[in-house]
Design a binder for this molecule. Structure first.
Ligand SMILES: Nc1nc2c(c(=O)[nH]1)N[C@H]1C(S)=C(S)[C@@H](COP(=O)(O)O)O[C@H]1N2
Ligand SMILES: [Mo]
Length: 231
């Protein structure tokens, strides 16, 4: 199948799911409630462990745009630029020399599966921010993948301490299909906010929608508010 056709089918399937959800959401008056919507015992963020509309999976599905880019570590680099005092371009060695963080967190996909308690190792986005020093004007980030994926996050969400750029999962190198050698994770937002095969983080003064956000996915993507789509 042509890559373009493949991408078209992936986007079509997601748009159909979106339409189904919009019907359901209309029937959910509690969407404006400020109590978190979900079930299970409260997890470490004081939220229920399972956000509304999600089911637990033990497997780990793979979601992408039909391409899984192969990036040899010798060619790999991470650009951090935009509204920052000191833009950088890090090699793999430079990235791995940064302070490393280990954390266990949950993964909630907008297509309704959640995988709980994944152990990750990588670098906190907030530690990368300390390196480049965002300007006063920075209020959002736009993340880019080597597959030309993009996704936006507000700076306040992006700088939460469990937002990591990870290279290791459950003690093993992050597999290519899950975004290896390096991806971002956003445990308190739907997982599409975490770019696989991450290549660039651009700090921005103004919000700029990414790939799915341009197609109606939420800018904020808060799982405990059923905050999946904005239009
Ligand atoms: N670069 C890139 N990052 C991406 C995606 C993608 O297609 N390309 N898909 C997103 C979506 S929709 C989800 S749910 C997660 C899926 O991660 P997984 O394939 O490791 O489960 O990655 C997110 N990050
Ligand atoms: Mo997703």
């Amino acid at each position: 199948m042509e890559e373009k056709e493949k991408l078209g089918r992936i986007v079509d399937a997601r748009m159909k799911l979106k339409a189904r959800f919009e019907e359901k959401i209309k029937l959910t008056p509690s969407i404006a409630d400020d109590k978190p919507m979900g079930k299970g015992k409260p997890n470490r963020h004081g939220m229920p462990e399972l956000p509304v509309g999600q089911t637990i999976t033990k497997k780990w599905p793979v979601l992408d745009l039909g391409i899984q880019p192969e990036i040899p570590l010798s060619k790999w680099k991470l650009v951090i630029d935009g509204e920052v005092e000191h833009p950088v371009e890090l090699t793999w060695e430079q990235f791995m020399a940064l302070p490393q963080t280990e954390d266990t967190s949950d993964f909630h996909c907008v297509t309704t599966w959640s995988k709980l308690g994944i152990n990750w190792k990588g670098v906190r986005l907030i530690d990368l921010a300390a390196l480049v020093q965002p300007k006063e004007t920075a209020a959002h980030i736009l993340c880019y993948g080597f597959d030309d994926y993009t996704t936006n996050i507000s700076l306040e969400e992006a700088l939460k301490p469990d937002v990591l750029l990870v290279h290791t999962v459950e003690g093993k190198p992050l597999p290519k299909e899950h975004g290896g050698p390096l991806r971002m994770i956003t445990p308190q937002l739907y997982a599409w906010k975490g770019s696989k095969w991450i290549s660039r983080i651009e700090f921005l003064a103004e919000n700029k929608p990414g790939f799915w956000e341009e197609r109606g996915y939420s800018d904020t993507a808060y799982p405990w508010r059923n905050d999946r789509y904005s239009r």
